[in-house]
Design a protein around this ligand. Structure first.
Ligand code: C5P
Length: 300
């Protein structure tokens, strides 16, 4: 994440993530689920423009610049339900810094999609305000605050774009970024509630762990990596939303190395051998269905 000053504002671009592997290991006493997941950032970005204000208020205005689904922009709250607003308020209360800030959020990452757009916006807000206000918080301190906001937020403050995340998702082990991965991402108009998907999921009986997938990726063996991709939230999501099975069927007919749902859905993604293959698969998906389709890649 990089911060750039433009006039009296600060601009930060913040990425979406995909889960290449997600195993639910069990339900915890606090109601959350114990996970092992492999997350990677992709080059689909929201942009935040932060401007200091003389008041002590945190305000946010969201502009969805990509959506052709009217439901998408309605999904993004602009008050305290927005994770970026919550991040700014938490930072203020934890540090005692008495600042006012206005955030213009330019939304490209679809909501309720399993791409963690809201979490990424919150992480970017923590990262940016720490620098803009010279608060001096370390990466660890920022990640601790991030975990209060949501399970996925800490990942976006990790030094590596690829990480194995454990606990409820907030315990991050950065891994050496393997090969650049090429993806096709499809988002149906419908969304899914993360809490509802977790409520319907069943923990796996014989967890495999993400290490084998990491090794395949580090060897550059995409075919083997494709066979090791798994998301144990998928059956629950498929039982809750008929678009999930429809997307699985559509992706099964195309020559992906591997394909599955990201996070708690509703995004489905496929891994391709190279960018050209991803573009061709995306064109076929766009021509044959109603979903928003993106071509994206992981950082090198
Ligand atoms: O942490 P976050 O706010 O993103 O989680 C949203 C909801 O998803 C939680 O309230 C919980 O119901 C569910 N969840 C879970 N186990 C996790 C992460 C999320 O049960 N590890």
């Amino acid at each position: 994440m990089r911060l750039r000053q433009v006039g009296r504002s600060w601009v930060v671009h913040t990425p979406a993530k995909l889960n290449l592997f997600l195993e639910v290991l069990g339900k915890r006493a606090d109601g959350f689920h114990e996970l092992e997941t492999l997350m990677v950032t992709v080059n689909l970005f929201d942009t935040l423009v932060l401007t200091e204000e003389p008041s002590t208020e945190v305000s946010l205005r969201c502009r969805d610049v990509c959506s052709r689904f009217s439901s998408d922009s309605q999904d993004v709250p602009e008050g305290r339900d927005n994770l970026a607003v919550r991040a700014a308020e938490l930072l203020r209360s934890e540090t005692g810094a008495d600042f006012g800030i206005h955030i213009d959020l330019i939304k490209r990452i679809p909501s309720a999609a399993g791409l963690a757009g809201g979490s990424s916006d919150a992480a970017a807000t923590l990262f940016a305000l720490n620098q803009v206000r010279n608060l001096g918080l370390s990466r660890d301190e920022l990640q601790n605050l991030a975990s209060v906001i949501g399970s996925d937020v800490s990942f976006f403050l990790s030094p590596s774009p690829t990480a194995i995340c454990q606990g409820r998702g907030e315990s991050i082990r950065p891994i050496q970024s393997p090969v650049r991965l090429h993806f096709v991402i499809a988002k149906p108009a419908s969304g899914l509630s993360t809490a509802q998907v977790f409520n319907h999921c069943r923990p796996v009986e014989n967890p495999q762990g993400a290490e084998a997938l990491v090794e395949s990726l580090q060897r550059g063996d995409l075919m083997s990596a494709g066979r090791q991709m798994v998301n144990s939230l998928q059956p629950a999501a498929e039982s809750l939303n008929p678009d999930m099975k429809r997307l699985r069927d559509r992706f099964s007919r195309l020559p992906f190395v591997g394909h599955m749902m990201s996070g708690s859905g509703t995004t489905w993604f496929g891994v391709c051998r190279h960018r050209c293959e991803a573009r061709m698969a995306a064109a076929r998906l766009r021509a044959s269905g109603p979903d928003r389709v993106f071509v994206a890649e992981s950082p090198p």
